[in-house]
Design a protein around this ligand. Sequence first.
Ligand SMILES: [Zn+2]
Length: 215
Amino acid sequence: MLRKIFVFCSSLFVLILISGCAEEPQPQITYDYGLPAPALPPKAAPKPQPKGFGLPGGEWVPPAYLEKGWTAIVIHHSGTPKGNAAIFDEWHKEGRHWEGVGYDFVIGNGSDSGDGEIEPTFRWTQQKVGAHCGGTPGNWANVDGVGICLVGDFNHTYPTSRQMQSLAQLVRFLETRYNIPKGRIYGHNTTPGANGKTDCPGRHFPMYRFKSMLD
Ligand SMILES: [Zn+2]
């Protein structure tokens, strides 16, 4: 009899244990093999876009049906302490009776546009012949050369570091896109065949240092 009671009590105890356990939340089984998380499918890298450009779409690339093959780059200073593309546009229209500003790009110095801000003009967006470097045989510098003007009078001051960085960024873009060798990057006053009377882009424009920035 005692044995039966013992067996009954043991069974009851086991039952209580089992039912008690069944009410507790079961531990979640996880498998951690110490492996790295599975790699996500590779994302396409975003194409680098030149910054500081005002064209819709934020690109320097001209419309395909207009785009010309440019072969040289001519760097200028404005010879004025202040200015921007709209101001030079006004001056060149009224003062010189040109179609508008003669340069393809203007790089601000923080006076009338941002320091280092790159403004393309209608000469670039419409791929028109420039009016920035006269006197060359067949007008080649205006026809085939991209004219970039930095705002400032570099006979008396220096370009800002942001202007220099923006200039390097723009020139690198042009070099690459049009296969322009470094030897075809000129200051206005050293452009072959150009009117020799100018000191543009100014005595203090650091051409040697600028070219080393392109390496
Ligand atoms: Zn010039």
